[in-house]
Design a protein around this ligand. Sequence first.
Ligand code: MN
Length: 630
Amino acid sequence: MNVYKLIKKVRSYNSNADIGIIKRAYAFANEAHKGKKRESGDSYIIHPLNVAFILADFHLDEKTIAAGLLHDVVEDSPIRLKEIEKNFGKEIASLVDGVTNISKIKKDKETFDSENIIKMLMASTSDVRVILIKLADRLHNMRTLQYLNEERRKKIAKSTIEIYAPIAYRLGLYSVKGELEDLSFKFLFPKEYHKIKRELKASEKKRNQILEQIKNRLETALENADIKARIQGRIKHLYSIYKKLERKGINLKDISDLVALRVIAKNVKECYEILGIAHNLWKPVPGRLKDMIALPKSNLYQSIHTTLIGDSGVQFEIQIRTEDMHKIAEEGIAAHWKYKGVETDSSFDKRLSWLKEITELKREDPKEFLESMKVDLFGYEIYVFTPKGKVIVLPRGSSVLDFAYNVHSDIGNRGIGAKVNGKFVGLKHELKNGDIVEIITAKHQKPSREWLQFVKTLKARDGIRKALKLEKNIPVRRFIDKKRREENVFSSFVNVKGTEKMKARLARCCNPLPGDDIIGLHVKDGVAIHKKTCEVIKGQKKKAEVYWVEHFDSFINIGVLCEDRIGLMADIMNTMSRSEINVEKATAKTMKGGMAQCSFTIKFHSLEKLSNLLSRLKKVASVKRISLSL
Ligand code: MN
């Protein structure tokens, strides 16, 4: 494999291709992987070259080919994505980024079951080409799997058969699916693989003869009836044969449909005519005729299947359908997907079938095909995940709070924010496809009327309304809460000497914290507490002597301003729980400039505990400023 072979291939289907960008991508990748070897002993560049060649097999555009050449650069060399963007532009960089991110999903989330990983892969990319590059990558890795040790071989083969082969199938890339499965099969069950291969080989010649005979006979009969139809011989992959043997507990010689034909007709009327002709030529096996034209499957699959007995007693299957039905069937969600016992979400599959439709377009109009590839896969819904990998489907534009209510109304009612892909966000935060969302709740959080303004789902709206109504019906509780709060304002951690009931507040200008030397300033509504060093109090006359109270009983608001980062909220919450503190209420919002403002209401009984928590909070990485208020 070399770059000239690749270029020749691309030119063969796209004479206007920008060969320059392929050459540059090749040189760039070659330099980045310089000196590195594959387990096979080949230079590393051989891998991206092959991946690009497979992409050329799919007849993809030159940007995807270039991205294929560059796909391992960010992951396997010190080169950053920014450099790729600088050299090759946004589009190629985002393709490479997408591929790099897919590898991350796989590694981080071992607890996810394969079905969820598939959904996640599909949902978290807005460009199908990313998935195609990933498939090409996996295909070449599978083709060279023999160079890895046994343990890695099995691991990679397992994820291939569970995740990548089904994706290829849903995309309608049948030959890729078949090859991925057969290669996985070979490494997972070598003994069984070679047994079937041997037996098939022994009977291959005979099978081909039978197929030819049947095909010729049918063709002649159709010609006589003046019906023009395409007849295809169907090749069965080793793995699908193996599965059938396993499922039915039979031997290879007992498999009836190793020989199979598909007839694609002009219209429905001719489908039935062909069925009649076939049943006239051969004897049908009772109970094996399925008319899914008259009775389409719920996923729109239409076709007539019948099993016939050939001259030498060999059974074979014929599928008859129109060109349109064929297209739908090929869209990846063929009826036997469900028939084979794999449960899938039907609305999800509908989207994928649409996706397959656009990959079909490439044969007709390459330009339209490429345009449609850039479209977001999922129009009106987004797929987001709980930390355990459960999928929650929400309308586009849904917030963290919508997610919370869709998990459970209790979680919605008590939600204060969430960790989205490890990053702390507020309730209003809009979710994107593929987000992993962990809701953070607080025991004393209560729904507010304002929430109704930004939720999108009925479930959230209903949940909030219900909770607000309940709240209204229990005025006693609210009354007590309010009373207690007011009392506490006057028995706080700062006091004005002489007048125990004077209302005090901490000044914003100097932000005094426990332990600081403080002084009060009489203002309209009470006393403002400043640091003794504060500029504001200089020259002021209405000063008051104030002091920190050692023991009190008060709700205190702690404001924490910090640089937003992954794991921030978890660190803060951990600090709180280590201080054995119960958070009554917490809110947080992300702000411009990558900052986050969090606020916690906590009941304290002693200054010592408060100071203790503050000094711990100060040590949390990226915390910039802590302030208190009553
Ligand atoms: Mn790779």
